[in-house]
Design a protein around this ligand. Structure first.
Ligand code: NAP
Length: 248
């Protein structure tokens, strides 16, 4: 129970990687503030699982692409728990499409969700963490930030921006006991990749040095280390959890 007494805010915890992260942090002893956009039933199922582990858990709903939402959500979390020790900026969307055929509104939506949302959430928790003189922030990036495929212009730009933001925040917040890192998954079995894997799993598998796609728990373990008090000196890094994808 290395995180006993801590509170973790995990965005996009209703499904996929966010669900696995929330459960893993609860197993480590964190009470969990879980956000979702619309999947209320799935979020409630995750909350029931976490409550079964003996942790406190509360659900918060909001569209993180709306710039009004992050400050409101963090205020609700502070009212409910009184502190925030860990922020995991996990919620994200794919936003695939060749740039020339992308609607400008879709470009705006992927940047708002994957980049501006995490920036505003970090802004909203930073003062609380600074007062605590303790915080761990983990941003969920993607292998696409460093190795984009065709049709990933918006997504790669959002995740590349998120990695640059991670380094900038590590510099701004490190002296206050707040460590800021990112994880960059490759291909993980979630709703986001279901269609991709249905269409091209054998081809994509050739690029996995470890010979298998990741399950969400592999990413959750990496996040859990970076978010824990055991992590005392890793900040401003991007931990790749991609089965060796970036080397081939
Ligand atoms: P997922 O299964 O599609 O789940 C996405 C989660 O984000 C859901 O909880 C969803 O909430 C929430 N969300 C999406 N848009 C939101 C918004 N505008 N406001 C609030 N919440 C929102 O995705 P995933 O595969 O677990 O991906 C999680 C993160 O990992 C993303 O940042 C993604 O870019 C990154 N990633 C995934 C992979 C992969 O292979 N799966 C690879 C690299 C990086 P609702 O359920 O309520 O809609």
């Amino acid at each position: 129970m290395e995180c006993a007494g801590q509170v973790a805010l995990v965005t996009g915890g209703s499904r996929g990687i966010g669900r696995a992260v929330a459960v893993r942090l609860a197993e480590a002893g964190c009470d969990i503030a879980l956000t979702h956009r619309g999947s209320a039933a799935e979020a409630e199922a995750v909350a029931a699982h976490i409550a079964g582990l003996g942790r406190q858990v509360r659900l918060f709903q909001g569209d993180l692409a709306d710039p009004e939402v992050p400050q409101r959500l963090v205020g609700e979390v502070r009212d409910a728990f009184g502190r925030v020790d860990v922020l995991v900026n996990n919620a994200g969307i794919g936003g695939e499409g060749l740039l020339v055929s992308m609607d400008p509104a879709d470009i705006g939506r992927v940047l708002a969700t994957n980049l501006v949302g995490p920036m505003l959430l970090t802004r909203a928790v930073a003062l609380t963490m600074m007062r605590q003189r303790y915080g761990r922030i983990v941003n969920v990036s993607s292998a696409a930030a460093s190795r984009p495929g065709p049709g990933q212009a918006g997504y790669a730009a959002s995740k590349g921006g998120l990695e640059a933001f991670t380094r900038a925040m590590a510099v701004e917040l490190g002296s206050r006991g707040i460590l800021v890192n990112a994880v960059a998954p490759g291909i993980v079995r979630t709703d986001m990749t279901e269609a991709l894997l249905d269409a091209a799993a054998p081809e994509l598998l050739k690029r996995q040095i470890v010979g298998a796609f990741a399950e969400p728990e592999a990413v959750a373990d990496a996040v859990a280390y970076l978010a824990s008090p055991r992590n005392t000196h890793t900040t401003g890094t991007v931990l790749h959890v991609d089965g060796g994808l970036k080397m081939v």
